[in-house]
Ligand binder design. Sequence first.
Ligand SMILES: N[C@@H](CCC(=O)N[C@@H](CS)C(=O)NCC(=O)O)C(=O)O
Length: 221
Amino acid sequence: MLPVLYSFRRCPYAIRARYTISFLGLHVYLREVDLKFKPQTLLSLGGRSSVPQLIDVEGSRYPESLDIIFWALSNVECRLDIECMWPKESVQKSKMMAWVRYNDNVFKGWLDRYKYADRYPECSQSYYHKKGEVFLKRLDKRLANRSFLFGEKVSVADIAIFPFIRQFAGVDQKRFDESQYHHLKLWLKGFLDSSLFKDVVMKKHSVWVSGREEVIFPPNK
Ligand SMILES: N[C@@H](CCC(=O)N[C@@H](CS)C(=O)NCC(=O)O)C(=O)O
């Protein structure tokens, strides 16, 4: 018996949850959701039915991607393994969360407007791009003298943010590739080119149907 993760392959929130789970070597049953036809088991939980959501083996519910990341961190066997990813000092934690919250509360809004500019005709797409670029610039500057946002090892901040930068880049890949954000591009490439990302996190799974055999994620080797 494993915890259940409701997920949607392309969703940046679900990507950060799946990345953390696989990065930390945990296992879940992955239920790929069709957002237009959500499974009854998800809907019947009540309240929000967004993905990702995790239900642990005791039946406790983790309804947001950050909840799932912290669930994963609290389930690793050895604290030493996560010291760089999620340090003990509360000042460091607050600093990491400040980056994540800016991503979620500010950048994500500009990303949506840039991506779906036709739905927000009050301003131009290039205006939304410019607004989003404020974050790209900050990230690039930060990454100029370190490999990851908080040093030489991947942290919660990197994992929580990179799926959104990937999405921003994907709106106009050529424009992003030709941009001046060399450190940011390198950082993103490191994630996207990794086998963990390509072969595990982004592996395609058919939509989960109640009663069908569960998909173990990541697969047991
Ligand atoms: N704050 C949530 C956001 C999750 C979210 O917005 N997921 C989208 C897919 S990317 C979704 O489920 N949309 C359909 C819905 O909300 O019903 C989290 O961190 O998990």
